[in-house]
Design a protein around this ligand. Structure first.
Ligand SMILES: [Zn+2]
Length: 71
């Protein structure tokens, strides 16, 4: 796979996301050995289905999440 930013070599990698609220702490993606670009299926999906206008739904409040973890 070739990086879209620098055309460098991308390799599969496993990433940790401690703030993910889907119940998964890690995910598989691709990392560019040249520039460090990281892509995963979610990033690729958002790039293909880019929104045409401002987001109208509710956003998650990070402060609420931190209160839940601290409890
Ligand atoms: Zn790159």
């Amino acid at each position: 796979m070739t990086c879209t930013r620098c055309r460098g070599l991308m390799v599969p990698d496993r990433f940790m996301d401690l703030r993910d609220d889907t119940g998964h702490l890690d995910f598989l993606g691709w990392r560019c050995l040249n520039c460090g670009e990281v892509v995963d299926p979610v990033v690729l999906t958002h790039r293909v289905d880019a929104p045409t206008g401002p987001y109208q739904g509710r956003t998650r409040d990070r402060r609420m999440w931190e209160r839940l973890v601290a409890a």
